[in-house]
Every structure is written in C-alpha cells, then in structure tokens.
Design a protein around this ligand. Structure first.
Ligand code: ADP
Ligand code: MG
Length: 372
C-alpha cells in the first residue's frame, strides 16, 4: 500500500559531549594504543553513537520513511523544536536520560504524550518503573515472577540482611548498561558488602541494590509486539572463555572497554542452546514480565538460570539497544527479521497510536474540508 505522503520520523536521541569510541579511533589511527588481542581490527570495528544512529535512520529510509536524526544534547528548547518545528508524524524515541539523570527518561516520553505525538517504545510509567530496579522487582514479586531476593540500601549503615544468602551482588539501583558492575560487585562476606555499598552510595548518589547472586547461565530475552507479543530466539552470553579468576558477569569493562582483554572474551550466542522445556519456561517468564510491567513495542529482559535451570529475572530493558547484529537485533535476525524490517515493525506499532485529531483543532481549522 503506497503512502500519499511519506511518514516523517524524528529519530530523537540525547548525546551531549564527545564520543569515546571516536576518540579511541583517532588514537588507533595514530598508533597510540595497542589492541589487547594483538589485532588492531578489533578496535576499528567499534561503532560510534553517531554511526549507530545513522544506521537506524538509513534502515527507516529503506522502508520508505522520511526519517531524520535529532540529537537534543540535553537542551529542552532543542527537544521542543524537534517536536514542533516541523511536527513529526512519529518519534523514534532513543532518549535514555536528561541532564545526566536517568530518572528523567520518562519525562521526555511524557512530553511526547502531552503534545499528542506517537512515539516508539514504552510509555512513561513503564520507563519510570524499570529505571528503578527495586520497584520493578517488587512488582514482579507481586505477580510471582521469579527475581533474585534483594534489599535496597538507601543510606548507611548497611542493615542486617536477614534472609539473603552470600554471595551477593551490589549494583546501583537506577543505572543501566552495567554501570557500577565490576568483579568487586560480587561480595562474599559482610566486610566486602559494606565496602561496596559505601562506594555505590558515595559515588553514584543513589541507593544500592543488594541481590542474591545467581550463579549460572545468562540470557537476553527479546520480546516484540503488542497485541500478540512474541519472544524472539534467546541470546546467551557465553562466559566459558573467561579466565577462572574473573567473575562470570557482564561488567562495565567487558561491555564497553575494547582496550581491556575481558571485552574480547565473552561470546554472544544466538539462539542459545537450551533444552525445549527450559526454553518454554524462560519464554513464559519473559512474556509475563513484559506484560505486567507494561512494556510496549519491544523490550529485552535479562534472565539468569540457577544451577537447577530455574529462571530469575535480573532486570527489564524497555527501549533496548537496537545496534545491528547484537542483543535485540541479533535475536530478531535469528527469527528471520532484517534490521530494517524490525525498525519498520516498531514504527508501525507507534503509528497505530496516533491520537485522533482533537475536536478543538478541527473546529478551529478554517481550511478543513466541510463535513459531508
Ligand atoms: N543477581 C545477579 N546474579 C548474577 N549476576 C548478576 C545479577 N545481577 C546482575 N548480574 C550481572 O551484572 C550484569 C548487569 O546487571 P543488570 O541487572 O542487568 O543491570 P544493567 O542495567 O546494568 O544491565 C548482568 O548482565 C549480570 O551479568
Ligand atoms: Mg542488564
């Protein structure tokens, strides 16, 4: 079906400051850094934020959309202009924080709602809940969806953690992307725990989430759609190449620092090799999670299996990363969906939510064709 006018899509993201991968690339070019793998290509293959956004815009254009990237750079006036001058038909929402504050993420989506502009991904309430890991876990618990037992520590001193069994993991309660997660986040005793909690409270200025450590396989479960949401093939982070003195977790370093050896050691496997029965359980848990937390269009749910293959939800990522070939997109590809097809499917879901023109607007519109 041809569109009379191409649908305009504002791809809105927030990226103030310099791109670290861009800076790294310059260093590689000048020969200032050495790759820990010995192969310099491993450092060249890293995509900058700008390149990832460009790929997404190109994908949308390929599907016939009039897509444009807009970096709001922590500037409200710029954000407002992106939404009003000219007004896009739909927003592809990639904003994850504002003024360096991840708790402002939901307010940006709320602004689209106030302006009546449909946008991709989760609504403000879901973004707000999932950004607060302990709150999301509380809701999962209420629905009997398994998530590791935990305590939220808001201030010193660390209370007695009755009912929690070591080893524990300590994470900042409101972060993403493994921020604050290092090998030292996994603690074996009270002394290590107190040290780590103090560090989180002081350096992150937010509560510390203390959680039972689930020693087992790590899965990324991607879900797409609304009316009949579908679970895509499950992805696994394979830690088997890690040296024995390293913790089998996704640390900040292993996720983001290509100059560290550990970055090159984890392998993403998709689809994960899992017995059918376990796959079914994991998918069921992921779907329930998606639904009770009000996820929309697409999401990725981090799950770990314990030694007996019982799934536990670690956290929920509404509006997950859409980099081609990894995470959500790797799962979509394994399901036979191309990069641009996925983008199109997500935008089409958002377009369905276009609010009807308000009566006030149409009655004020002198040029509107008269009613039949
Ligand atoms: N309870 C846990 N048990 C085992 N590993 C965990 C646990 N919580 C977090 N991790 C490890 O830390 C990583 C980051 O934690 P996660 O809760 O997913 O936060 P983020 O939002 O930073 O991705 C996970 O991918 C996992 O490897
Ligand atoms: Mg995670």
């Amino acid at each position: 079906m041809g569109r009379s006018k191409r649908t305009s899509v504002a791809v809105i993201y927030n990226f103030p400051g310099e791109d670290e991968y861009e800076a790294l690339r310059k260093k590689v070019k000048n020969g200032d850094v050495v790759s820990p793998t010995g192969d310099i290509k491993d450092l060249e293959g890293i995509a900058t934020v700008q390149e990832e956004i460009d790929a997404l815009v190109k994908g949308l254009q390929k599907e016939g959309f009039d897509a444009r990237a807009m970096n709001i750079e922590d500037d409200f006036d710029r954000l407002f202009k992106c939404l009003t001058d000219p007004r896009p038909d739909v927003v592809f929402n990639l904003v994850e924080f504002f003024n360096n504050d991840p708790l402002l993420e939901d307010r940006v989506a709320a602004l689209y709602d106030l302006l009546g502009i449909p946008y991709t991904g989760a609504p403000p309430l879901t973004l707000a809940i999932c950004q607060r890991k302990a709150l999301a876990k509380q809701i999962l618990k209420a629905f009997r969806i398994p998530t590791p037992r935990y305590k939220l520590v808001k201030k010193k001193p660390v209370p007695k953690l009755t009912g929690l069994r070591y080893p524990l993991i300590v994470k900042p309660a409101w972060e993403d992307a493994s921020a604050g997660v290092t090998d030292q986040a996994v603690v074996e005793d009270r002394a290590q725990l107190e040290k780590r909690v103090r560090m989180i409270l002081a350096e992150y200025g937010q509560p510390a989430l203390v959680e039972e450590f689930i020693d087992g396989r790590e899965l990324g479960v991607s879900v797409i759609g609304n009316k009949n949401p579908k679970v895509l093939p499950i992805e696994e982070m394979d830690f088997s190449d890690l040296p024995p003195d390293r913790k089998a977790i996704i640390t900040f370093e292993s996720k983001w620092n290509p100059l560290s050896e550990i970055f090159h050691m984890g392998k993403l496997v998709c689809p994960a090799k899992l017995p059918r029965s376990i796959q079914r359980r994991v998918k069921k848990v992921a779907l329930q999670t998606y639904q009770v937390l009000g996820c929309r269009d697409y999401a990725r749910i981090d799950i770990r299996l314990d030694k007996n293959d019982n799934p536990f939800v670690l956290e929920v990522n509404p509006n997950p990363d859409l980099t081609e070939g990894v995470a959500f997109m790797a799962s979509a590809e394994a399901a036979g969906l191309s990069f641009s097809e996925v983008l199109q499917a997500i935008v089409e879901e958002a377009i369905k939510r276009t609010p009807p023109p308000s009566p006030k607007a149409s009655s004020n519109n002198a040029d509107a064709p008269s009613e039949a």
